[in-house]
Design a protein around this ligand. Structure first.
Ligand SMILES: [Zn+2]
Length: 238
């Protein structure tokens, strides 16, 4: 049993955690206050604390108890905590210690890709998959796609390049926010690594063609509006 009073969350003592987790077990709405509080105590802007790991078994149990909820805050919070863990996994690493929870979350997360429909829900779910399957940079950078604004630094001239999603098309915009008409080039199949292939495969399997098209652009190449260099967006993300 976890002695919650002796465990720290992001803000301090985690002695409120049993009460919060019990309440959250009854709530599937991501915007509910109890989930707000759990996010800020357990995964505040990517920061985690010992209580975050201690809460993983309860969050996984919650997510397993309601597999048909398409967007389950329990799954997303657990995935975000795992995404914040040290990578790569190795002997004695945090990922090793939580291998059982991660295995359960992998199964749940990939299944949810088939339950979600709205664009942002699909991207959020792919983000959870990327976190629990340890798909490298995409476990954090897919979030930019939800916001529709991807900040990158040109590897050649180091200037900031902003890529915006406009009606499913990724375009480069200048400092004034004007698009200069330089479209992003979709990745060729041969340019894709295993992580990219996995995410596209999940989209294909579950009929998320529009998100797949955005992903192929995100995995593709952009042209710097200042120096004209062509670079892989993946290599230029902050
Ligand atoms: Zn440049």
């Amino acid at each position: 049993m976890t002695e919650w009073a002796d465990v720290l969350d992001v803000y301090g003592s985690a002695d409120e955690m049993p009460r919060l987790l019990a309440r959250a077990a009854e709530v599937t709405d991501m915007r509910a206050p109890v989930w707000d509080e759990l996010w800020s105590r357990l995964c505040h802007q990517g920061s985690v604390a010992p209580a975050s790991y201690a809460a993983l078994p309860a969050l996984v149990q919650m997510a397993r108890s309601r597999p048909d909820v398409a967007v389950d805050p329990a799954l997303h919070l657990a995935a975000a905590i795992i995404g914040a863990m040290d990578v790569p996994a190795g002997a004695g690493s945090e990922r090793d210690e939580h291998a059982e929870e991660i295995a359960a979350l992998r199964q749940l997360a990939s299944r949810k890709v088939g339950l979600v429909e709205a664009r942002t829900d699909v991207i959020w779910t792919l983000l959870a998959v990327a976190a629990v399957e340890d798909l490298g940079a995409w476990s954090s950078h897919l979030e930019a796609l939800v916001d529709g604004e991807i900040e990158a630094d040109c590897p050649s001239c180091a200037e900031a390049v902003c890529v915006e999603v406009v009606d499913g098309v990724l375009v480069i915009v200048d400092e004034e926010g004007e698009t200069d008409g330089i479209a992003v080039r979709e990745a060729e199949p041969g340019d894709l690594g295993p992580a990219e292939v996995r995410l596209l495969e999940l989209c294909r399997e579950h009929g998320h063609g529009e998100v797949a098209r955005e992903l192929r652009q995100l995995f593709g190449r952009a042209t710097c509006s200042l120096c004209g260099a062509s670079f892989r967006i993946a290599d230029a993300l902050d």
